[in-house]
Ligand binder design. Sequence first.
Ligand code: PEP
Ligand code: CO
Length: 462
Amino acid sequence: MNPITSSLPESQTGDVWTPQTWKQKPLQQAVAYPDNGALEQATAHLSSLPPLVTSWEIERLRDQLAEAAEGRRFVLQGGDCAETFSECSPEYITNKLKILLQMSLVLTDGLKRPIVRVGRMAGQYAKPRSKAMESHGGKELPSYFGDLINSAAFTEESRRPDPRRMIDAYQHSAMTLNFIRALVDGGFADLHHPEYWDLGFLGKAGLVPERRAEYLRRVEALGNAIDVMEVIAGRKIDRVSLMEFYTSHEGLSLHYESALTRRVPRRPGYYDLACHLPWIGERTRQVEGAHVEFFRGIRNPIGVKLGPKATPRELMRLVSILDPDKEPGRLVLIGRFGAGKVRQVLPGLVAATAQTGRHPVWICDPMHANTVSTKSGKKTRHFDLVMEELLESIDIHEELGTSLGGVHFELTAENVTECLGGASGVSEKDLDQRYHSFCDPRLNYEQAMEIAFAIAHRMEAV
Ligand code: PEP
Ligand code: CO
């Protein structure tokens, strides 16, 4: 038996999968590229470039996700709603790493589990939009679909989709990843040195004094625990195991994802080597659609966003297509149901999935279904509702005897005023001060840390 062809999944109609079979299915969020020749040129160029991640890393993440599904690890997935090319700077990248590392330190100490750190980073450049067109002052132009597709300025030129932007997105992902890898290899993420992750503004726009004290207490507790483990082991704990960092993004542009999908030597099947953990968005997870067709054939672990309208029946079909072999660590189901709705929806979905014999990692994204618009038209989210959906999800899993396997946030280390509430009390009139997101509103440093503390308190293991 040929391990390569035997591992290619067949669809229910018996068609063999290839990285291009998605083109025969209905495509949601399709981009109208004006020049087909330029599109072909860009994807051919991308296909010839080196991969961004490796299959070893992907396989390692899959093993760790299998443990998260059993409650032995916890996933922290976070970053900007949309990365932009202009924010591909050393400060921006290190600040984002710092906040994810600080949150993961609080979670490691609270939950007493290793944290799987997954950035919405190094590739989160394509955005689904609820409206394909946007109008201002009597002019109608295509919406901004992320830097991978067009550009945010409201001019005809900027909003025209340009396939060469896929090469730019690849290059910015490579630059970001190169810097992350260099930092991580140099010991930046080493738990022996949490002082590397201090953010300049701590104490000013940072944590309230009690939280700062709690953070330092947890840093010290963890440092002591590592020292004890090293004394017992009689050697330094392998730094590599302390500092892994994975990348993820919404696999929205199938032109881009399929051009970076490759076979690798000595392993069966195809890997999407654009990132470790690509996910399917809420708007593109149709059972018969192009995105599900593409994702079913790649070997990566895959995320699926699930909104309040997801039904148990639909989910059962979806998981059987995406995970036909019931592989541990294959599926990450990311619920984004909304505070007040999660209780109506989540239990049925968990039961339906378990009935199919699968044990996915259940992650809570308490951001996307709690978005509201202010009177002046600003998109925002209230911190209390984010917290409510999160805590309710933890309760529900406990009641069901399953375990929340992780969390997914839109956050930034900068002191933005995009989400309302939190300890520093961002109010509606503050939103105009530092609202920098081109897309969805993000938690700022203090709000994100507050949530990490709340999870640690709620799931504290003694
Ligand atoms: C996102 O994660 O930015 C996003 C668009 O999410 P969803 O597909 O859940 O709406
Ligand atoms: Co978003």
